[in-house]
Design a protein around this ligand. Structure first.
Ligand code: DGL
Length: 275
């Protein structure tokens, strides 16, 4: 095998996947990572199945062409609407040895360990909520759990535009949380089912009563990736480990670098990509 770089690809519609990458860098610092944000076409949350699937497949093929052997869809909307089809229909045609993994399954596994009342809330994009991916996955593993969902169409734009601390931003964050909790006061665990939402964590906490568990995905998905690599040594061996990071965006590089550095708490250089 050649010694060229074979990074793990991390894909999101925009900046949200950086909350997942951040945890990958903490838990798997030796691996090489390529981050791709489709900022030019974000948000995905209100787009149709076909569009999210097309955009996600394009991104995956792009990352494969950059020698990624493994791609993580660090995006719930893409995981909900595109992952299964890509895994079942596209991967066998593209390259049966490559892998694409999502963020929903690891988050669902965590739910069963935390809830006591068996009433779980999910906050997500319109696309993720309408896909019913969380209730369906939870039902498979924990049929006794009742799932209540609330879509938060304004939250991703609030993050992407850095408006979440504004009065308007606070209004929408509070409103969606109150809507969810009003519908079922027995909820004791809430999944932040969108990778953008951890950026809002301090704001979200203001409106969630103490005692309710908040599942924020970064740490969980990183733990699950680490475990996946341990269980699949053939994949682990193919991933190079020089601690190298590359960032790509479909948007303007300047604004990406500025915002992404804030989300990652470190300076970074990005490149523009058209595909
Ligand atoms: N971070 C994505 C998710 O986890 C983004 C959503 C969007 O682009 O609307 O669902």
């Amino acid at each position: 095998m050649s010694n060229k770089k074979r990074a793990i690809g991390v894909f999101d519609s925009g900046y949200g996947g950086l909350t997942i990458l951040n945890e990958f860098l903490k838990q798997l610092p030796e691996y090489d990572f390529i981050y791709l944000g489709d900022n030019a076409r974000s948000p995905y949350g209100t787009r149709s199945y076909d569009v999210v699937y097309d955009y996600t497949l394009q991104a995956v093929e792009q990352l494969f062409s950059m020698n990624c052997e493994l791609v993580i869809l660090a995006c719930n909307t893409a995981s909900a609407k595109a992952l299964r089809t890509i895994q079942q229909c596209d991967l066998p045609k593209i390259d049966a040895n490559k892998r694409v993994l999502g963020v929903i399954r690891p988050s669902v596994e965590e739910v069963g360990m935390l809830t006591i009342t068996n009433h779980v809330g999910v906050l997500g994009t319109v696309g993720t909520v309408r896909s019913n991916s969380y209730p369906l996955e939870i039902k498979k593993l924990f049929p006794e759990i009742k799932v209540i969902q609330e879509s938060c169409p304004m939250w991703v734009p609030l993050v992407e535009n850095n408006e979440f601390k504004s009065e308007g931003g606070q209004h929408f964050i509070k409103k969606n949380i109150e809507n969810l909790l009003k519908r079922d006061p027995k909820i004791d665990t809430i999944i932040l089912g969108c990778t953008h939402y951890p950026i809002l964590l301090d704001e979200i906490r203001k409106y969630i009563p103490l005692g309710i568990n908040l599942i924020s995905q970064g740490e969980i998905v990183a733990k699950s990736l680490k475990d996946y690599l341990r269980r699949h040594p053939e994949m682990d061996m193919r991933c190079t480990k020089n601690g190298d990071r590359e960032f790509y965006t479909t948007e303007f590089v300047d604004s990406f670098e500025d915002k992404a550095s804030r989300f990652l708490n470190k300076e970074l250089r990005a490149k523009h990509l058209d595909y």
